[in-house]
Design a protein around this ligand. Structure first.
Ligand code: HGY
Ligand code: MN
Ligand code: MN
Length: 416
């Protein structure tokens, strides 16, 4: 199968304007996005994406996790589709590009193929996975996880947000429960284009990240039980201080991650005090420890040490300690054939590139369980993400989308 010509490129202006039109839906307070999964803003963004795809001649399928599959037919109806995609849901203080770039780059590939009058043997399906972020409902990459058989549908439907609302009720409320069984679709291949969300590509002045692996992850949710008491009149020797235990555990997580260098991270992003009153010692503290490493043994060793030492810290303070793994995937190796196609496309198009391991988790990590999968990355300014100031250039966005076009065409096979 001849590779597409180096002059085959997408329309970067259209990609860029489409990204910023979607950003008008669920705007953040500082220029980014707040389009959390299963909110009204998420529903509005879904409808706009559906309109754009149907205008480009695609038809929509939706599964019982609300994942959107937008199909451009191939010339061989029996050929398994090539899937491209990412996610349209965002963090509460997210940027405009995390996830969105990959979904709308998939749409741009279809729009460009339509402009160029190119048909492919395999159908192409542009995918918007529900709840990639896991910010409102843990775990992250939830819908792609159910699709890959990692979580059951009932488990996913029962997950609750901080206000006690369930995933299932919220999906029904926004009217996006599809009729397809989750995971019935078979993929010829899956490709995901995403911002790096780290500083390496920009620092190395490379336009394209050829993603060979993704680091593994554990999300450990701790529930510490202390004794609610007056912060003023309770003597220090009479306190059962769950807040103090949390602080010591977070300090320990930092030590464990530093001891595991290089190639490990650990931290806490979300804490809930109850009753969360400024002059009441907390009765309960719930927080999630996020640890990651590309090295399986290192990742599991960190988990074991954190759970052991957290129990010791809590016991020394008389604080109850329970832990539940609410998110996990092992380090991922992406498909070597697809990785080579991405690298060859960057080379052919004249874009600087380097191999990279993804620091963030992505739906591609679960897709890799059921189909040959890989990722393409573009730099982001200062490596900043999960922050409203997340920023990329139109040139960076367009370069990665050109590479996606070429890798998809080689995989879906041009047929006229
Ligand atoms: O947590 C992650 O790595 C992804 O952004 N959900
Ligand atoms: Mn993402
Ligand atoms: Mn994200």
């Amino acid at each position: 199968m001849p590779a597409p010509g180096e002059n085959l490129r997408i329309n970067p202006d259209r990609l860029w304007s489409t990204i910023h039109e979607l950003a008008e839906i669920g705007p953040g307070i500082a220029g980014g996005s707040n389009r959390q999964t299963l909110t009204d803003a998420d529903a509005e963004g879904r409808r706009l994406f559906q309109q754009w795809c149907e205008a480009a001649g695609m038809t929509m399928g939706v599964d019982k996790m609300g994942t959107m599959f937008m199909t451009r037919p191939g010339t061989d109806p029996d050929a398994l589709p090539v899937y491209v995609g990412s996610h349209l849901d965002t963090q509460p203080t997210g940027g405009r590009y995390d996830g969105v770039l990959g979904v709308l780059a998939g749409l741009e590939v279809i729009r460009s193929l339509n402009d160029l009058g190119i048909k492919t043997k395999h159908p192409i399906v542009v995918t918007n996975w529900t709840n990639e972020e896991g910010a409102r409902f843990a775990p992250a990459m939830m819908a792609s996880g159910v699709f890959a058989g990692q979580f059951g549908l009932d488990y996913a439907y029962g997950r609750k947000d901080m206000d006690g609302k369930t995933f299932g009720d919220e999906l029904r409320r926004i009217g996006w429960v599809g009729d397809e069984e989750v995971g019935n679709r078979k993929m010829h291949a899956y490709l995901e284009y995403h911002i790096e969300q780290g500083p390496i590509l920009e620092a190395e002045q490379k336009q394209i990240g050829v993603v060979t692996h993704c680091q593994g992850l554990w999300w450990l949710e701790f529930t510490l039980t202390g004794k609610e008491a007056h912060t003023g009149s309770t003597p220090m020797t009479m306190r059962v201080n769950a807040g103090l235990a949390m602080a010591r555990i977070i300090e320990m997580v930092q030590t464990v991650a530093m001891d595991a260098q290089p190639g490990a991270v650990g931290g806490v992003g979300q804490v809930k005090f109850s009753p969360n009153s400024r002059n009441v010692l907390p009765g309960t503290v719930v927080f999630t420890v996020d640890i990651r490493s590309p090295d399986q043994a290192k990742l599991d060793g960190m988990r074991a040490r954190i759970e052991k030492e957290a129990a010791e810290i809590a016991a020394a303070l008389g604080v109850g300690c329970a832990v539940e793994a609410v998110g996990h995937f092992d380090p991922v190796t992406f498909d070597p054939t697809l990785v080579s196609r991405v690298r060859a496309a960057a080379e052919r198009l004249g874009y600087s590139h380097m191999n990279i391991i993804s620091g963030a988790g992505h739906d591609a990590c679960w897709a890799a369980k059921v189909a040959p999968s890989t990722m393409i990355m573009c730099p982001c300014v200062g490596g900043l993400s999960h922050n409203e100031a997340e920023n990329i250039s139109k040139e960076w966005a367009g370069a990665g989308c050109d590479v996606l076009l070429h890798a998809v065409l080689e995989t879906a096979e041009i047929s006229g």
